[in-house]
Design a protein around this ligand. Structure first.
Ligand SMILES: Cc1cc2nc3c(=O)[nH]c(=O)nc-3n(C[C@H](O)[C@H](O)[C@H](O)COP(=O)(O)O)c2cc1C
Length: 186
């Protein structure tokens, strides 16, 4: 049983990324984890854009990251990378905010041309923040995510299977946290 922060970095009010994450949150909850959802777009824009480290909402977001054993980081692909909104929050967290944490990177996008955006853009940022274990991520095409009338989503068969697999790998990794041992400089 672990605590998971499920972070969506889409600025859209009708975000497929956020809905996909909430859909996957249910799978993690069913596996016994406590999942805390956080849509970065709900944080005050002035605090994010003005780098207001001491704003109560930013302090709370930082505390949620600190308390989590694992973090799901979801983003739409914007201009071949992660969203600026996601980066605006990551920039306000401590340099090593992800130390000791297991991280699942997820992206949604409109083109398979950017299927590797997680690996060339997002993963290096997460790694620089000290993530102990960044499990295999997954890029889902927006056309494979259908918004249902109740606000939930259904995911096309092939993509759904792949997502379930990476979520289950993340869940299993949460049970076996890795620790990073830094050798003291001699
Ligand atoms: C400003 C903007 C830039 C985008 N740039 C890309 C891109 O470079 N590559 C891509 O595959 N999709 C791109 N897309 C498509 C989105 O990544 C895709 O529709 C995604 O699922 C949107 O997620 P959301 O509904 O959570 O915001 C872009 C969309 C927008 C609005």
């Amino acid at each position: 049983m672990a605590t998971v922060l499920s972070l969506s970095g889409s600025p859209s009010a009708t975000s497929r990324t956020a809905r996909l994450l909430r859909h996957l949150d249910a799978r993690l909850t069913a596996q016994g984890h406590e999942v805390i959802p956080l849509d970065v777009r709900t944080l005050p824009a002035a605090a994010l854009l003005g780098a207001d480290f001491s704003h109560p909402a930013i302090v709370r977001a930082k505390a949620l990251v600190e308390q989590a054993d694992g973090v799901v980081v979801g983003t739409p692909v914007y201009k071949a990378a992660y969203s600026g909104l996601l980066k605006s929050l990551l920039d306000l967290l401590p340099q090593y905010a992800l130390t000791g944490k297991t991280v699942l990177p997820l992206a949604t996008g409109g083109s398979v041309a950017h299927v590797l955006a997680i690996d060339y853009a997002l993963r290096p940022v997460l790694s620089s923040m000290g993530a102990a274990h960044i499990v295999q991520g997954w890029f889902t095409l927006d056309k494979d995510i259908t918004v249902e009338p109740d606000g939930g989503v259904s995911v096309a068969a092939g993509a759904a299977e792949a997502l379930e697999q990476v979520v289950d790998q993340f869940s299993a990794a949460l049970g076996h946290p890795r620790t990073t041992v830094l050798a003291a400089a001699s």
